[in-house]
Design a protein around this ligand. Sequence first.
Ligand code: ZN
Length: 133
Amino acid sequence: MHTAGLHAVRQNGKDMKNCQECGEPIIGRMDKKFCSDLCRNSFNNRLNSNSHNFVRNINNQLKKNRRILEALCPDDKSKVTKSILLSKGFDFNHITHIRPTLKGSIYHFVYDYGYLELDHDFYLIVKDNRLEK
Ligand SMILES: [Zn+2]
């Protein structure tokens, strides 16, 4: 995502801003975000494209999954049932990575929170503290 346009800088005593699409300096009113209609259109087309929405929806679900794990695991470890996870809206299809242990268990991670399927529909939630070291 372009952020160049968010920073207005002063050059030669004049307020300068850059196009959010191409990064070129914008001439004219300070509230303009794009240098041309072409740039505004291509920026908006990308924002509304299916692939952009697809990525955004997955990112939102991943963040939601992480929030659920974080709420259910206030300490380093916690044990919950599958129905609790599902009732909060947890989606088991959206994880960021998996990590097998030496003993052959496979932890599924959503960023820094992981879970391990136990017997009888229980899940162990763990926080990966290695990230904080
Ligand atoms: Zn432009």
